[in-house]
Design a protein around this ligand. Sequence first.
Ligand code: FAD
Length: 426
Amino acid sequence: MRNSGFRYTGFRYSGFKVIKEALTGHKGWKPVWRTPEPKKEYDIIIIGGGGHGLATAHYLASRYNITNVAVLEKGWIGGGNVGRNTTIIRSNYLHPENQPFYELSMKLWEGLEQDLNYNAMVSQRGVLNLSHSDSQNDAYVRRGNSMIMSGADAQLLDQEGVRELYPFLDFDNARFPIKGGLLQKRGGTVRHDAVAWGYARGADSRGVDIIQNCEVTGFLIKDGKCTGVKTNKGDIGAKKVASCVAGSSSRVMSQAGMNLPIESHVLQAFVSEGLKPIIDGVITFGAGHFYISQSDKGGLVFGGDLDMYNSYAQRGNLPVVEDVCEIGMAILPAIGRAKLLRNWGGVMDMSMDGSPFIDRTHIKGLYFNGGWCYGGFKATPASGFCYAHLLATDTPHEVAKGFRLDRFQTGNVIDENGRGAQPNTH
Ligand SMILES: Cc1cc2nc3c(=O)[nH]c(=O)nc-3n(C[C@H](O)[C@H](O)[C@H](O)COP(=O)(O)OP(=O)(O)OC[C@H]3O[C@@H](n4cnc5c(N)ncnc54)[C@H](O)[C@@H]3O)c2cc1C
């Protein structure tokens, strides 16, 4: 998988270049992508310059040699969820429709920096899911086995194993005692906006037009076929149109008359003041919703539950701030002494069963990618890879063939957490 299909597009970043620029006043760096005006028509238009849209463009160009492509972004690239998440990557799923897909993503993360010649700070620092009961341990055994069967790594830890890694956790909390955990050492974090910039550079250098401040306001549909989009920069024709707008999915696809099995919710993220290194991996709480890591600058980066109401706002409410901090203190009492520096929100495209869609729609030439819920950052490479495959070949990629829009009609739901048709609980 590593670097497959890589095409050399000019080695602009290297140790030598960094030293040369440092000695010559940093005057030689060039913009990382162009600012083109839209053409009249493209082979493929991708709506949404988030991680998934840009990754799709990169893989279309680099793996399928399809370069007459535009990415239309209503704001600036990286301004959506790709630049707002808590940066965690992992492939620790249970269901056969999900796990191979996320493991493909993990393999693509492992080769991403070489593929893009861009430092995305991929850090495989380990993701540990804590368990708090014997039955949860049993569930982790099952999940770990599913991971191993897909070629991923998984390690079951007992309490001592967890204590060796993180002695400062509250192991004996009467309500949530820590019994052990499921560790994926290859999981970790990636610098999120570098992912957007790296994919943008990869796509642009192969001829893809990335057009910012270009909002899609409607579709050109004739006789059941999509022939382009309406935008604030005028109509743009295309042989294929690929929506990839995450939290705006329902709004954008309603312009094509589609009603999606998706709700939009706010999710917040939090960063503390910079502290000395204390947490060298990612820890997630198993008795509630809380996940934490420490950034390279020292801030504790953490998050928890959704705000639990439908919204398109990129900010959340104070009761959830309190709730998330409280949950954090249940496993990590020391966090109570750190000062919260900033928090923000993103709009989550929560699907009814918690799993995504990468599919054609009933309108010829119109494709849909969305429903990523909380977990779409880690999916970015595989989502782009599989969406590019679908757009180029008109057949679903082997590891994404369960992500169909009609799965609620056919009964093939992929309810990873077994929580039923309640999007805000996935
Ligand atoms: C607080 C928070 C924490 C998270 N933590 C994690 C995590 O740790 N790990 C993980 O795996 N996932 C996480 N996620 C989820 C992840 O960030 C998303 O699932 C993923 O980024 C969504 O895909 P994207 O990058 O393409 O979305 P986005 O970056 O949102 O891209 C969609 C783009 O579409 C554009 N757009 C919308 N409408 C239009 C239009 N009409 N015309 C043109 N452009 C349009 C938007 O401006 C946006 O730039 C988190 C999300 C949030 C908000």
